[in-house]
Design a protein. Structure first.
Length: 170
């Protein structure tokens, strides 16, 4: 199955699951530039489970709109676990959703380093229901390919992670 077809299938499954739970999902995206939100909203009826997302390509936006700590940006960089966790929490709180996903990575072809080569992507998923404490899981992925392939692989993994959380609550 092509990545495009896989994304469409995952987004359709996610929409149906969110609809059945009555949940809202939101996104905070850097390296994907809104592609996760685009996948979610490609499904008819998405307004029932998606209110919006924030494309936070610049560190200033991560800090000012998502509440990412400047010290963490300086110490760990934008492509790091502390930053992506704060992005997921920030968008979850600001857009009043039950579930969020945040991504920050290096899609290339430039920008990589020895420590963080092109294809390095951090993804975080946050979930909070009512008065429950928010749960945040984060994972570092290493994707191969050209820029568009790295972005598409990131969207697939982001959607899979959202589906896994939803499946725990169905």
């Amino acid at each position: 199955m092509s990545l495009e077809k896989e994304i469409a299938a995952l987004a359709t499954r996610l929409g149906a699951a969110l609809q059945s739970l009555g949940w809202q999902v939101t996104t905070a995206e850097s390296c994907t530039g809104g592609a996760i939100a685009a996948a979610i909203t490609s499904v008819a009826g998405a307004s029932n489970w998606f209110e919006g997302g924030i494309v936070s390509y610049a560190n200033r936006i991560k800090r000012d709109l998502l509440g990412v700590d400047q010290k963490d940006l300086d110490e760990f960089g934008a492509v790091s676990e502390p930053v992506v966790r704060q992005m997921a929490m920030g968008v979850l709180n600001r857009l009043d959703a039950n579930l969020s996903v945040a991504v920050s990575g290096i899609a290339g072809p430039d920008g990589g380093s020895e420590d963080k080569p092109v294809g390095t992507v951090w993804i975080a998923w946050a979930h909070g229901e009512g008065q429950e404490p928010v749960t945040i899981n984060a994972q570092c992925m290493h994707f191969a390919g050209e820029r568009a392939e790295i972005q598409a692989q990131t969207v697939v993994e982001a959607l899979k992670g959202l589906l896994a959380i939803v499946a725990e609550h169905e």
